[in-house]
Write a protein that binds this ligand. Structure first.
Ligand code: DHB
Length: 398
C-alpha cells in the first residue's frame, strides 16, 4: 500500500463496469457529465463470462440510438417469436403478430464489449482490475469510492452521486445499513446446467421446453456455436457430465412425436448457474443509487436481467442530467419508486415463467397437470399468448 491516497474528484462515481455501469457512464458522457467507473475484473474476464442472450427492442435502441455501436443490428438476430414446447409438441408464440415487437439474440458479453469499446473511443475513465473497493460517506453530499488500482496505487474518488452497478455480490448494496433496506428474496430448488457446443442450430427460434424430466432451453450463439441449458440440481457437479450424457439429457427433454432432434457437437463450456429472485428496497441510500443486479436479480427464464438493468439506467440517466444541469433533484428523488415498478413486473414474469416451465423436485401429478393446463391456456388463446409475448418482449414504457 502506498503512503498516500490520490484523491480524484468527479461528478458521478460508478462501481462496476458491467453493462449497466458502462451504459450509464456512456449516456452521462454524451450529456457532458463526468464519471469514473471502477471495476475489479479485467476486460477479458468479463468478456469471457457467458450470460444471457436476449435483448428487448428498447435495449437494442439504447445501444444504437446513443451511438454505442450498430453491431447488434448486423451481428445480432431478430427473433419475431419463440417456441413453448410441452408434451412433445411445439407451440409458437408469434411476438410480432401478437404485440408488434421482436427481441434480438445478441449475447450480453458482446453488449459489454461494445460498451467498453465505446467508452475507450470516447475517452471515458474506466479503471479495470482494481481491488479493495470500499464506498464511504454515502449520506453526505460528497460520497467516495476508495480502491487500490491495478498498479497498487491507492485512490479515493470523491463525487456528488455514487452509483452501485457492481452486481449481486458487489460491495455497494452491502454498504447500506441493514436497518435502512429490505431484502426480498425467493430461492429455487433447481439450477441451470448451461453448455456451449460447436454445432449448427437445432431450431430457427428459441425453444423453451418442459417435460417430465424437467426444463430445457435451446438457444444459439451463431451458425456454429449453440447455447443450451437444462434444469438440474443446484449441487450438480459438471465433472459428472460427459458430452454423451449431456446430449442424452437435453434430447429426452425435447423428445416428441414430431421427431425434433438436437444437432450435437463437441461441448466446450459447461457451468451450473444457481439463481434466485431478489429485490433490495429502496434502490437508494443517501447519495448511493443501485442499478441492475446490484439492486435486484431475476431467475434466468425469459432473460430479463440485462434488460431490466438498462431500464434502471433509462430512469437514472435523465434524472442525473436534470440534477447536474439545473439542480432539479426530483428525478433522483423518484428514481427508486419508478425503477421498482418495472422491477416488480419483471420479477413477476421471471418467477412465473420459471415456475411454469420447471418441474419442482418430486412434483405431484396435480401440479404437473396444472402447469400443463396453464401452458395450454397460454398457447391456445391469442390473449394468453399476448400476455406472454408482451412480458417477454418488454412492456411499453410508462
Ligand atoms: C438465453 C438465456 C436465457 O435465460 C433466456 O431466457 C433466453 C436465452 C441465452 O443465453 O441465449
Amino acid at each position: 500500500m502506498s503512503a498516500e491516497r490520490t484523491v480524484v474528484p468527479t461528478q458521478v462515481g460508478i462501481v462496476g463496469a458491467g453493462p449497466a455501469g458502462l451504459m450509464l457512464a456512456h449516456l452521462l458522457g454524451r450529456a457532458g457529465i463526468d464519471s469514473i467507473v471502477v471495476e475489479k475484473r479485467d476486460r477479458d474476464t468479463i468478456h469471457a463470462t457467458h450470460r444471457a442472450g436476449i435483448l428487448e427492442a428498447a435495449t437494442v435502441r439504447m445501444l444504437t440510438e446513443s451511438g454505442v455501436d450498430g453491431r447488434v443490428l448486423t451481428e445480432g438476430h431478430e427473433h419475431e417469436g419463440t417456441v413453448l414446447r410441452f408434451q412433445g409438441e411445439s407451440h409458437r408464440i408469434d411476438f410480432q403478430g401478437l404485440v408488434g415487437h421482436s427481441v434480438w439474440l445478441y449475447p450480453q458479453n458482446e453488449v459489454f464489449r461494445d460498451l467498453a469499446a465505446a467508452r475507450e473511443r470516447d475517452g471515458g475513465d474506466v479503471r479495470w482490475s482494481v481491488r479493495d473497493t470500499e464506498v464511504v460517506d454515502l449520506t453526505s453530499d460528497r460520497p467516495g469510492i476508495r480502491f487500490t488500482d491495478a498498479d497498487g496505487e491507492d485512490f479515493e474518488i470523491r463525487c456528488e452521486v455514487l452509483v452501485g452497478a457492481d452486481g449481486s455480490q458487489g460491495v455497494c448494496r452491502r454498504s447500506i445499513p441493514e436497518h435502512e433496506r429490505t431484502d426480498h428474496f425467493v430461492e429455487y430448488p433447481f439450477a441451470w446446467f448451461g453448455i456451449l457446443a460447436e454445432a449448427p442450430p437445432s431450431a430457427p427460434e428459441l425453444v423453451y421446453a418442459t417435460s417430465e424430466h424437467g426444463f430445457a432451453l435451446i438457444s444459439s450463439r451463431s451458425e456454429s456455436v449453440q447455447r443450451m441449458y437444462f434444469q438440474c440440481d443446484p449441487d450438480e457437479d459438471v465433472d459428472d457430465w460427459d458430452d454423451e450424457r449431456i446430449w442424452a439429457e437435453l434430447q429426452r427433454r425435447v423428445d416428441g412425436p414430431d421427431g425434433l432432434r438436437l444437432e450435437q457437437g463437441p461441448i466446450f463450456d459447461r457451468t451450473v448457474l444457481r439463481f434466485r429472485s431478489y429485490v433490495c428496497e429502496p434502490l437508494r441510500h443517501g447519495n448511493l443509487f443501485l442499478v441492475g443486479d446490484a439492486g435486484h436479480t431475476v431467475p434466468p427464464t425469459g432473460a430479463k436481467g440485462l434488460n431490466l438493468a438498462f431500464c434502471d439506467v433509462r430512469v437514472l440517466a435523465p434524472a442525473l442530467v436534470d440534477f447536474f444541469g439545473t439542480g432539479d433533484a426530483s428525478g433522483l428523488a423518484g428514481y427508486s419508486a419508478t425503477a421498482l415498478e418495472r422491477v416488480w413486473k419483471a420479477q413477476n414474469f421471471s418467477y412465473w415463467a420459471t415456475n411454469l416451465l420447471h418441474a419442482q423436485p418430486g412434483e405431484n401429478p396435480f401440479h404437473r397437470k396444472r402447469r400443463l393446463g396453464e401452458l395450454r391456456a397460454i398457447t391456445t388463446s391469442a390473449r394468453g399468448a399476448a400476455y406472454f409475448a408482451e412480458s417477454y418482449t418488454g412492456w411499453p414504457e410508462d
